[in-house]
Design a protein around this ligand. Structure first.
Ligand code: NAP
Length: 330
């Protein structure tokens, strides 16, 4: 099979197109013929060598997210047949080769049937960000109808799915974005109210939207200063979800306000094989939500083929993309 691999960490042109043996599905696995994948920040962080301990041994096939067609079913796998259209996030990290290839092996527990109303490119844009947003909002912060939920990065990968999940759960949804164009888009993707973080500071939007009380739940998809601002935006006893709790963080406000900070690491089931069934469950629920029109992925208008992976990474890393950057297999 053809695969796009890295043999060293580096800039986007480090990808090489190579021929590799097509893998065989072992017990519990599916062999998926890949139709599309999408870029998550994790993919370019792994490519750059930011988190080397997490990268598969070279030659490494990156990208966890995929949509495609089942071409072989391993022993003991229930519920999937050759020819099924599926999606998931099942590799691209140490121990599991990824989706930038003609075929990918995926643990069946990490896979679900593709939402029927989405294209392959759309379906491939959802898994990692859906799993992250679900773990944060539903599994850990346990949002309730009527909660005031603030999502940072309302048109970002995690943010636009988190906003839609919060809306589906009956929350009142607020998002932050950096431009007027993104504000308009964020309203179409779940936000009741949109805050331009370049124009309003935390104190002013907390006052305006919560009478100074603070939001019940804040989702931090940015980290650093935004994490500390998230604590200031959350009410006494409220919950903060963060996907970026790395480095030194000042938790003084969380202590003073008796807040709960939930850290999400969606790679855990892939890294440890613990909790894989729950990821399959989330993807099945996500497919139902997509099919009922409650959840849809936001794809940037620029589309790439696998051969254009270097250009796609440059574009995704530039921060210019509006939503997810998708690639279809050529
Ligand atoms: N721990 C985990 O399991 C996990 C899972 C998924 C993602 N992540 C990490 O979470 C981060 C976000 O991932 P993603 O897929 O959502 O990335 P993304 O698609 O690149 O989105 C990032 C968003 O952040 C927004 N942003 C930047 N600065 C901001 C600020 N000061 N205030 C509010 N919004 C701001 C950007 O919007 P503007 O252009 O409008 O600024 C952009 O929409 C990445 O670092 C990723 O690696 C971690």
């Amino acid at each position: 099979m053809k695969a796009f691999v890295i043999n060293a960490f580096g800039p986007a042109d480090v990808f090489e197109k190579v021929e590799m043996p097509t893998p065989q599905a072992a017990a519990g696995q599916l062999l998926v013929q890949i139709a599309a994948t999408a870029i998550n920040p994790l993919d370019y962080k792994l490519r750059r060598g930011d988190i080397p301990a997490f990268t598969h041994d070279f030659p490494a096939i990156l990208h966890g997210d995929f949509a495609g067609i089942v071409s072989a079913v391993g022993a003991g796998v229930q519920g999937f047949a050759v020819g099924d259209a599926v999606y998931g996030c099942a590799g691209g990290v140490r121990g599991r080769q990824g989706a930038l290839a003609d075929y990918m092996l995926a643990d069946a527990a990490l896979v679900a049937h593709k939402p029927q109303n989405l294209s392959m490119a759309e379906a491939a844009a959802m898994p990692l960000v859906l799993l992250t947003a679900w773990e944060g909002l539903i599994d850990t912060a346990a949002i309730k109808p009527g909660d005031r939920v603030l999502v940072h990065g309302g048109t970002g990968g995690v943010g636009h799915i988190a906003a839609q999940l919060a809306k589906w759960q009956g929350a009142k949804v607020y998002t932050t974005v950096g431009t007027a164009e993104k504000a308009e888009l964020s309203r179409e993707y779940g936000a009741d109210q949109v805050i331009n973080y370049r124009e309003q500071d935390v104190a002013s939007y907390v006052e305006r939207y919560t009478d100074g009380v603070g939001f019940d739940v804040v989702v931090d998809t940015v980290g650093g200063e935004t994490f500390e601002q998230s604590l200031l935006a959350t009410r006494v006893g409220g919950r903060i979800i963060t996907v970026l709790a790395m480095g030194k963080l000042d938790m003084t406000v969380a202590w003073a306000r008796k807040q709960t900070v939930h850290c999400v690491n969606m790679t855990w089931p892939m890294a440890t094989s613990v909790g894989m069934e729950h990821h399959g469950f989330i993807l099945r629920e996500g497919a139902k939500l997509a099919e009922s029109g409650k959840l849809r992925p936001l794809l940037d208008s620029q589309r790439f083929s696998f051969s254009e992976v270097a250009a796609a990474h440059v574009y995704a890393e530039s921060g210019q993309a509006l939503g997810k950057v998708s690639l279809t297999r050529d």
